[in-house]
Design a protein around this ligand. Sequence first.
Ligand code: ADP
Ligand code: MG
Length: 681
Amino acid sequence: MNVYSDISSIKGVGPKTADNLRKCGIFNVMDLLLYFPRDYESISSCGNLKEGKSSNKVIINCKTLRVERDVKTKTGKTITTIVFHDGNNTLKGKWFNQPYIKNNFRINNTYTLMGKIEEFRGEIFIVNPALLKNHQVNEKREEKIIPKYPLKSGLTNNLLSKLINSVLGDVDIIENLPEHIINKYRLCTLDKAIRVIHNPVNLAELDESVKRLKFQELFTYSLKILMLKNYFNENRQGITFSISKELKILKEKLPYDLTKAQNRVVREILLDEKKSCPMNRLVQGDVGSGKTIVALICIFNVIKNGYQAVMMAPTEILAVQHYVEAIKLFEDFNVNIELLCGSTTQKNKQEIKEKLREGKVDLIIGTHALIEDDVEFQNLGMVVTDEQHRFGVMQRSKLTNKGLNVDTLVMTATPIPRTLSLYLYGDLNVSVIDELPPGRQKIETQYIKQDFKYKAYNFALDEMKKGRQVYIVCPLVEENEELKLSSVENLYKELNEKYFKGISMEILHGKMSPKVKEKIMNDFKQGEIKVIVSTTVIEVGINVPNATLMIIENAERFGLAQLHQLRGRVGRGKHKSYCILISDIKNDIIRKRMEIMKSSNDGFFIAEQDLKIRGAGEIFGFKQHGENNLILADVVQDIHLLKLANMEAKRLIESKDEKDINIKNDIYDKIGKTTRYICFN
Ligand code: ADP
Ligand code: MG
């Protein structure tokens, strides 16, 4: 079977299933094989709880001790609790909205339960366990690992598993790493890795396969970066911009003095603009360091040279913010600015694209919508990508390719440790804005336990009395009452009914339409909304100087870099600002991380520390850094592997050996056919 065959050619895939698969980004056989489980469930059946704790699910024998009285939760659910004993430990079974479950259990009888074991405040729970009848639990521990696929649009785990296994029976995946690399790092074959990740027999084997696949991704990724670098170093002829006279007038009209660091970076960029080879520069600057104005000034010079410029932001809210800032800044300078986002109406989009082609737009600001093929320029001179870590290398180059040898500027607030940026941005020159505008105060940071969160809310009330505004962020998780994780909606309800009665408050999350989000953000900016309860959609770039308090719920669920980004939403005006991290300190690592947040406001320092304390642990963690197109690897967590992969990629690129050249060309060829960094056959 050819891995590029359309999914409709797979046996058992009808039009409906094909449609559903396409909605998940699965178009051909390779896409299907690269649709990796997001997690695994291990079910162990064992004699006792102790051994079962490490698994996601256990099958366990236990005796009923007593039935507790049902409780009603704030959100109106009924919780039934039955207390069991497994011979060693007490264990509480909890069921939601199934009061009748009690009828299945008799005191002092023994039952077989299957479910997830959770510990909370010293007690052991099994949540919504299934009661297994006629099931024998062996004394010997047995374990089964079941892949859990990300499920969307009508797909089921069983169906995916079935399709993937049927395809696996029909393909031979051809090895594509040089043999010496495989031997050197003791990697398993690509074929085995792909098979195992879908059907692991044990965790050791799974680890090995994940390592191989991560290496593959990082190796290909490194090749791509090095290739770009070579491309830029080939002395290409770019556009030589001169320094416009109007630039001086613009600088005099700025609403504030630039910081020394901003001035330096503006100079560095303008110098690049003057050079004949195309600029390829990264601007790194902590949150609030004022990157936008730097970019706009340099864009202005390009425009005044008669060229067009484009600025891409990762979210619509940000794009709008930049758009507003640009309009204000260029008010008296006759610059035509347009905004192009996903929510722009079809008719408007067509008009804007038309004007763009005719050269009637000088600066276009927008989101991913800018990458679409029919966005064409008359004479593009400069491409700016904001919060570049949100985009992949490929998206970046796609935008760049809309012009001929244009100048490229990418900006990021994710402070990337120097060690890492070398690998990530090997193809870029780097400018750093290492100074905040004057008058910024340190954001006072504290962490408190769940039980004391009312203190945070009271503090919020105090701030609001002073006229200030508040952000409350919670991690995106499904409701889990046992672990008391706050999902946005629950929290909103609780705050509304209990702490913030009568205060104008809104929810913001990623699933809302951009229009609604924008309206809420605007109302917040105007001060009509006092509190925003949000997921991390507010993470990047939002600027509301009157907001002085950031409360982060379940703070341990976020990475340090992300916490720092979130915190950076406050402390943007003249008022003293605060950040309160709500977290039960469950272990030393969490305490350490909270301490770092409390003691430092320096993004670079925080990022370095983050890198230090993150173990290799967690195979499938949240990804916060780097490439969107990496499926498994995380450039921060897997920095060790990235270093090795990068070294090998470099060696391969420099090699004159014919075999190596063939391998290199083969991989290049395949990167072109897919948007991912694992590709084969
Ligand atoms: P970031 O680097 O996080 O993208 P922004 O460009 O959004 O930061 O700037 C943050 C805020 O600081 C904005 O309100 C901007 O107008 C303001 N700002 C930028 N530079 C200066 C400066 N030199 N002096 C005072 N305020 C500034
Ligand atoms: Mg910004």
